[in-house]
Design a protein around this ligand. Sequence first.
Ligand code: PEP
Ligand code: MG
Length: 575
Amino acid sequence: MSFTMHGIAVSSGIAIGHAHLLSHTALEVAHYVLPKHMVQDEVKRFEAALESTRRELAALRDNRPQQAAAEFDAFLDLHLMILDDEHISQAPRHMIEREHCNAEWALKAQMDDLVTHFEAFEDAYLRERKTDVIQVVERVLKTLIGHPGQVPPAARHDVSMILVAHDVSPADLIQLKPHQFAAILTDLGGATSHTAIIARSLNTPCVVGLHRARQLMRENDMLIVDGTQGVIIVNPDKQILAEYKLRQSLLELERQKLKRLKSTRANTLDDAAIELHANIEMPHDLAEVQENGATGIGLFRSEFLFLNRDDLPDEDEQFEAYRAVAEGMGGLPVTIRTFDLGADKQLNGTKRVASNPALGLRAIRLCLAEPQLFRTQLRAVLRASHYGNVKILVPMLSSVSEINQTLQFIAAVKQGLDAEGIPYNRAVPIGGMVEIPAAALALNVFTRKLDFLSIGTNDLIQYTLAIDRTDEEVAHLYDPLHPAVLYLLAHVIGSANKAGIPISVCGEMAGELAYTRLLLGMGLRQFSMRPTQLLGIKQRVLTTSLPQIAPLMQKIMRADDPLKIQELLGRLNAA
Ligand code: PEP
Ligand code: MG
């Protein structure tokens, strides 16, 4: 049956492929087909993982601490029983033999089957036991993943798979990166959540806030995903399919044409020079940065080095990552943001869940509360500053005392390096993100004390309009064109320009074509965005005349009716 779903468009482009429903487990597993001669080895690998998990559970039971509750034994017995259930211990083996698939895939498929059975139970206690099934399977999967099998050279995830999940955390998405899904769909999420940002950085069409996609779609359903309109067509007819294939080819043609702009300088028609920088999450994003001709890194979200692991990256590991980027950019600016953990990016094993994490111990607040973590990172960044044009960017600053504490902290770390004779750039610029309305409104202290500023529109809008950027229920209220947001943006850009402090925008607005002229008209000359957006934005800059848009800009800044603002923006972009 064909039907259409609408969600929040997060990452543009058209994808056509088959639905792959993300399993209940947090672990996503690869799927590949093995040649016949490798099948028996795969069965043995599966059986070894079962045996190792059995031993692990038995050891846990035998070494139970004295004070542990008696339920502990019952729980382990239950897990051992589940492990020996034929769904878990036999069915995957038959599936490997029958379909020649890898062990992880077979196990996960059987688990999904079993979980569906449990979900159908009327008895709430039995229904809840699905969690135990998932936990047991995750244990076996971890063992399997720790002892990878031989992947045949041609095996890889089918590129025409479309991931359908209830929700994906930013950390999960980073792990999914190598799988190259043709599109990503989720039931939850808002357009500027970190999950959405990562999806965009994968250059993969993405629609979030679909509410019931995972429930309504079936594995292998044929899907068309229009990531620009936020529309999904499930099991389309032939005519629709042909139409979207054509649109897909036209978009690809457009993308190829843009590549010609890679080395062109981003000057407006009246010759104002605009800097177009890139946002990255990991050092390996550098290839894309260079492919798209960015003239610097405007935002390195360093916290992604801390995700998806049980330990913390030590000073040397961080140093190597920062140095690789600094050297890789060959003297162009590299703005490393000190880690913005907390809120929707939590360290593994974080126990305390704040009642309102976006307003809690996040970013610089967490850094100042955990000086050891902060010191380690600052030492690594400063050491890397010896190898390139490194700048330090501090997120979520809100007050003069936070700025002072941060600057003193950095000065103390520098002293430590001096004492050890470790080289670093003594004049490394220190900047602050303007992403809290208090910072935007009391900007003088920021321009006085810091070397540069960068506006994080994602958070600035979230906090100005009191809208959780991760909550799809209020996503329709997230409005970059709200007069209050426009006022703050124009105020910050204007004040920084007046004070002679470099200012950029590194939130999602910087990479959206609809806002390029608006920001240029406010006086912005430096943008930082995902690498794949860069050439499209450059094309818009090249076709903009600042004197020509000035009168319309004045009208926009005076308007307070959202419809009027929309209409004027339309005219600005058509000029
Ligand atoms: C922002 O808030 O706009 C920003 C760039 O930082 P992040 O999206 O990582 O919070
Ligand atoms: Mg932010």
